[in-house]
Design a protein around this ligand. Sequence first.
Ligand code: DQA
Length: 164
Amino acid sequence: MLTNPSSDKAHILIAQGVNLDLLGTREPEIYGSDTLATIEAMVRQASPDIARLFGWSAPELCFFQSNHESLFLEKLSEGWSGALINPGAWTHTSLALADRLAALRLPFVEVHLSNLSRRESFRQHSYASPHALGVCYGFGATSYLSALTGLYAYLAKTLQSKGL
Ligand code: DQA
């Protein structure tokens, strides 16, 4: 399903996984000082301009964070047009996340604030990325804007070809 059944407007999920509720105070030397609220404000502000780059009208955005893996996985199944997903530590541990993403065929970009390539070896493997359109990491909160650009470029092409 490409759009939420309640509307013909595209719906984008921005899903934040475990411990991302702590942003702002959590290891700021690694994750920066932005909070989830400042990231949401930044993404909401940039979204119409990024959509316009691709001749697309801004979709509706839904921001979601959970420390409960079952709630997080179920949220992914709500018929989104596309998603940005930062699974936090589940990136590196969750076969359940990989199975769900494989089943859903949800167009999504995987996002991380930190530069995983410069971190511990256990962070070098992602269960999500084989199912992603692409991965953006290492730019702090700005990673979300890069990811949104990639997602909108993809969706503008695929949804417009379907007249949505
Ligand atoms: C993270 C990177 C993960 O390795 C870590 O477990 C997180 C945050 C990031 O955004 O940089 O919780 O996803």
